[in-house]
Design a protein around this ligand. Structure first.
Ligand code: GLU
Length: 431
């Protein structure tokens, strides 16, 4: 059997290309190639039946040149070090492209949350913090939710950290419930940001959102909210899916109804009035906007040539492989890359952290207004480069904007050493 491709190595290809494009020092690439710190920890959990199960947890702190580490914690059976490393790198890029004062990090535990009770989830969450706490802190490394972790998990983690420290430290983690230091609007933020990115893309392509057709892969934290928001904006949601499969209705599904249905049955499959389709079929549907909001490596060289969507707004991290990316570029599909399209979550995490640090809490209106402003500004910056440089994809441009900020910060902080005075970065990039 051939060795599984490393997600981290694939993600580094984009970084390498951006470093070359900017004519930056190879040291910029070297620094980004090796995460600053990684920790693997055993997390023993007493299960409901009295036995002890040992889970493996990870935290990767990728690059802190722009600020303290930031990034979610994933609970999923497929979590391993390579995946967490790739996700941490994407966080570095995401924070940089958005201009947030954070570095990138990610955490994860290999586990199957679907088969665990709430008590077991709580013990695992607290165990994760007991294993990782020396790395964490509101000025050091600030986790958040990711796949199969939510506000409840964040509240347990914040509580455990606060108990270890002996005082309440709300700012150590974001994505908390509002009553214990969370921010209004955080739960929907990733989806809201993704919808803003899709809307901006539709605007520049001259596609009217009213009546536009949408397919959403993944009906979790991101996909379900994105479907609801786009529906409210007048789009027709023709298909959605989750790990159990997909549903389709050419006249449009009611995402609120699908949410209710999923709440009671645990899946979207079987939703009344819908036709059953596979995840593969969903990706190949004729539609205006496709939102992959599940896991990595969904759009591959096997299926990229079947995609008929005009816009792909990547709600998930890393849903498109580099080979697929090349095919999509050739086929002129407009891709809003993950590091931009799903950055709404970490952006409102940043707002939450600012609120925790100042003790002044904002209204949901204020949070959404600021999110809108940041998303539109980042989209414009990337799109301007895309318009000016006809040979680059939106992903290439997003990476270039991100690496430009990272390289400039590295140079200014003296990380690149002598010989790179030409790293008057902005000048170099503008030339
Ligand atoms: N897990 C989310 C992401 O991949 C949010 C990270 C955060 O809020 O720190 O962007």
């Amino acid at each position: 059997m051939s060795k599984r491709v490393s997600s981290f190595e694939l993600a580094m290809q984009n970084v390498g290309a951006a470093v070359k494009r900017l004519n930056f020092s190879p040291t910029v690439y070297e620094i980004l190639k090796y995460p600053e710190r990684e920790l693997t920890a055993a997390i023993p959990v007493k299960m409901d039946d009295g036995t002890v199960k040992v889970f493996v947890g990870y935290r990767v702190q990728h690059c802190s040149v722009l600020g303290p580490f930031k990034g979610g914690i994933r609970f999923h059976p497929d979590v391993d070090m390579d995946e967490v490393r790739a996700l941490a790198l994407w966080m570095t890029m995401k924070c940089a492209v958005m201009g947030l004062p954070y570095g990138g990090a990610k955490g994860g535990v290999a586990c199957d949350p679907k088969s665990m009770s709430p008590d077991e989830m709580e013990q695992l969450s607290r165990g994760y913090v007991r294993a990782m706490w020396p790395l964490l802190g509101k000025e050091k490394d600030i986790p958040a939710p990711d796949v199969y972790t939510n506000a409840r998990v964040m509240s347990w983690m914040m509580d455990e950290y606060s108990k270890i420290k002996g005082y309440n430290e709300f700012g150590v983690i974001t994505g908390k419930p509002v009553v214990v230091g969370g921010s209004s609007g955080r739960e929907e933020a990733t989806a809201r940001g993704c919808v803003i990115a899709a809307r901006e893309a539709a605007t520049v392509l001259g596609i009217r959102l009213q009546g536009a057709t949408v397919a959403v892969q993944g009906f979790g934290n991101v996909g379900s909210v994105a479907a609801r928001l786009l529906h409210r904006m007048g789009c027709r949601i023709i298909a959605v899916s989750d790990s159990s499969g997909g549903i389709y209705n050419s006249k449009g599904l009611d995402p609120e109804g699908v949410c209710q249905y999923k709440k009671s049955t645990g899946r979207v499959k079987g939703y009344p009035g819908s036709q059953q389709i596979s995840n593969e079929e969903l990706l190949a549907l004729e539609c205006d906007i496709l939102i992959p909001a599940a896991l990595e490596n969904q759009i591959t060289e096997q299926n990229a040539h079947k995609i008929k969507a005009r816009i792909i707004a990547e709600g998930a991290n890393g849903p498109t492989t580099p080979e697929a990316d090349r095919i999509l570029t050739e086929r002129k599909v407009f891709v809003v890359p993950d590091i931009l399209a799903n950055a709404g979550g970490v952006t409102v995490s940043y707002f939450e952290w600012v609120q925790n640090n100042t003790g002044l809490y904002w209204t949901e209106y204020e949070v959404n207004r600021r999110l809108e402003e940041k998303m539109v500004a980042a989209f414009k910056e990337v799109y301007q480069m895309y318009k000016a440089r006809k040979d680059l994809s939106m992903r290439d441009c997003a990476y270039t904007v991100a690496v430009q900020r990272l390289g400039e910060a590295m140079w200014l902080r003296g990380w690149l050493g002598k010989g790179y005075e030409h790293h008057e970065q902005r000048e170099a990039a503008r030339a």
